[in-house]
Ligand binder design. Structure first.
Ligand SMILES: [Zn+2]
Ligand SMILES: [Zn+2]
Length: 102
């Protein structure tokens, strides 16, 4: 057996490469950061804020200043969807829909 064990490749993928997948049952939630990473302005869950794919979070002023390009990772900054309900609220709703259909 001159070749090594291919198994080691798969243990790498199953490990730290996929964080957060098993943390929540159901869909993974966005981290709603409460402050702009640049100027510390408040970006509460219901406030207008912009995020990149790595969830770097910026207020609208800073996002505009950076031409909506994340200064950390050079990714696009897009408007973060606002959260109007608590996660608990939503999961209760999902359970109700499963039990009663609609
Ligand atoms: Zn800011
Ligand atoms: Zn970023």
């Amino acid at each position: 057996m001159a070749q090594g064990h291919p198994v080691s490749i798969f243990t790498d993928i199953g490990g730290s490469m996929m964080p957060g997948i098993t943390a929540n049952q159901g869909c993974r939630m966005l981290k709603m950061k409460k402050h702009c990473q640049q100027c510390q302005a408040k970006t509460n869950e219901t406030d207008l804020a912009f995020i990149c794919s790595f969830e770097c979070t910026f207020c609208s002023t800073c996002s505009d200043h950076h031409d909506f390009i994340c200064p950390n990772c050079s990714g696009e900054l897009l408007q973060r969807p606002r959260r109007t309900r608590t996660p608990l609220d939503v999961s209760l709703d999902q359970v109700k829909k499963k039990l009663f259909g609609q």
